[in-house]
Design a protein around this ligand. Structure first.
Ligand code: ADP
Length: 293
């Protein structure tokens, strides 16, 4: 974007202070959106842009950041405003320089994530749908976790995979797994506020060493789904896991549920990127079904 004035006006409107950006800097690393630091030398704002039709995605991201911030646990960027300007959807949030290091950062992340997961409600789901990567993520509220995971998570991605042409073995074994879910999810989790997309690329360290999480796909679910994802692509060290489990031990049977929860993200990757994720998903389903024989 070359003309930042419409967004600058929205920022000024939201803060009640004049804002005239003097510098802009592209911030790489984002998977989905273009990201820019907007600064007047005094205030610094992190802005993500995408096509106008994706405004709801940014509104849901803003709600997720607010929900996590309200728990007062782990640091997240405070959202400022969302909207459409110059034909593009935008979200503006607090800019947090993320190049910090700290000997205790991993442990703090574990402790503070456990504190965030203490925020619970009666039902699984959320007050609105959102996205996981670029894929829709439905969140209708349901007191039954097995049904929620079957319909809104695994079943939803398997249906999408079938529509994308991934049928055959994945669909057959996937359907069998959906039938057997009650035997795999028998630990009665509470609906905890989850980040929902907690891979290593969505956590950073602020200058003061405090961990920051961002780019969420929030909903209320089994907290083990967040922990499982931290183990899927790496990036969270042993300190993180030790501190998390010291603050709130995982239930017996977690290693099996980890596979079940990460299967959702692997099928989502199949739907987004195709290729080798199909074999990985099938192997995970086989592993889970083998546990039940
Ligand atoms: P995308 O939605 O495109 O995946 P992200 O929200 O992950 O984008 O942000 C892209 C990158 O920008 C991140 O990897 C991180 O390094 C950095 N970043 C994200 N949020 C902030 C923020 N509030 N302040 C500073 N840098 C941020």
């Amino acid at each position: 974007m070359s003309d930042w004035q419409p967004i600058a006006r929205q920022i000024a409107g939201a803060t009640g202070r004049p804002f005239t950006p003097r510098t802009t800097r592209n911030i790489g690393g984002g998977c989905i959106n273009s990201a820019t630091l907007l600064s007047d030398g005094n205030e610094h704002w992190f802005v993500k842009l995408n096509q106008a039709s994706l405004l709801a995605m940014f509104e849901a991201e803003s709600d997720g950041l607010t929900a996590m911030a309200e728990t007062g646990s782990i640091r997240v960027p405070r959202p400022l405003c969302t909207g459409v300007a110059g034909g593009q959807a935008f979200i503006v949030m607090e800019y947090i320089p993320l190049g910090g290091r700290g000997a205790r950062s991993g442990a703090l992340a574990g402790e503070r994530l456990a504190a965030m997961h203490r925020a619970t409600q009666a039902c699984f789901g959320w007050h609105r749908d959102n996205t996981i990567g670029a894929t829709p993520q439905p969140n209708p509220q349901d007191p039954n976790w097995v049904r929620f995971w079957r319909l809104q998570r695994l079943g939803f991605q398997l249906d999408l995979a079938a529509r994308n042409g991934y049928r055959g073995r994945l669909a057959e074994r996937g359907a069998l797994l959906l039938e057997r879910l009650p035997a795999l999810l028998d630990h009665a989790p509470k609906p905890s506020l989850l980040h929902g997309d907690l891979w290593g690329g969505n956590m950073g360290i602020a200058d003061d060493g405090s961990p920051v999480i961002f780019d969420p796909a929030c909903y209320f679910g089994d907290r083990e789904a967040d922990i499982a994802m931290t183990e899927l692509f790496g990036g969270f060290g042993a300190d993180f896991h030790a501190a998390y489990t010291a603050a709130w031990p995982l239930d017996a049977g977690y290693p099996t549920r980890k596979v079940l929860y990460n299967l959702y993200h692997v099928i989502n990757h199949l739907n987004l990127f195709g290729g080798g994720y199909r074999r990985q998903a099938e192997a995970m389903i086989d592993q889970l079904l083998a546990q039940l024989e």
